[in-house]
Design a binder for this molecule. Sequence first.
Ligand code: ATP
Length: 260
Amino acid sequence: MNPIIEIHNLNAGYENKPDVLKNVSLTVFENDFLGIIGPNGGGKTTLLKAILGLIQPVSGSITFLDAGKKVSHLNIGYLPQINQIDKKFPISVHEVILSGLTLRGKFIKRYTAEDKQKVEPIAVKMGIENLLHRAIGELSGGQLQRVLLGRAIIDNPKLIILDEPSSYVDKLFETNFYKLLDEINKEIAIVLVSHDVGTIISQVKNIACVNQSLHYHCGSNISQEWLMGAYDSCPIEILGHGSLPHRVLLQHDHDHDEKE
Ligand SMILES: Nc1ncnc2c1ncn2[C@@H]1O[C@H](COP(=O)(O)OP(=O)(O)OP(=O)(O)O)[C@@H](O)[C@H]1O
């Protein structure tokens, strides 16, 4: 498997909190489906921001690769948490999907007719072609999620990053959404952040737990027992949640097991 992102000994954070991520190393592969879990405030979003270039590393490196060769840039689609979207903003589904196309390198910063033609096939793929002219304020949470997914993939990215995609949608939408992600994953690598460990277990190929440092767990065939063993230094609260195992990682400290 070819790596597309290699992170080595990354230290990153914010001006007033520079040590959110400590010594983080991680590889994301072509067609990977990597689940990122961890407690609130553990640094999951900060890791995504570092990958997206929204914050600069204090030290360490993030390298992008294409067919084994280092490249300066990787085309990454991002699907934000839907509570970050202002649904009152007067914009149509068509416009939101179109806005995922980068205008980088274009002399005239305007979408062409050719660009606009790319929207409909994406909407068909997402099953929202009948919503193209609706305002986003008229959509359900699940429909908006699909619109944002369409926006994330329209520019043919190598990787899409999804931050908590199943929050605020019901179980049926969630199941259908993950079927869609499986389809997309045949062509595009996915990094998925979720608090729902049950969802992560049933969907992803590899898992990373971020809590200042990062623990990587390779493989998709993860049993409850495996998870308990792998996280023996992290208190995990087990909750009943339909037929899926559902756990919440409580605040824990990876420095502790590194010293052992
Ligand atoms: N812009 C910022 N400036 C300063 N500190 C920040 C900033 N954004 C996040 N933090 C802090 O960095 C730490 C990690 O936050 P981050 O959002 O990466 O965690 P998370 O794992 O994504 O959390 P959650 O699961 O709650 O979304 C937290 O202590 C948070 O308060």
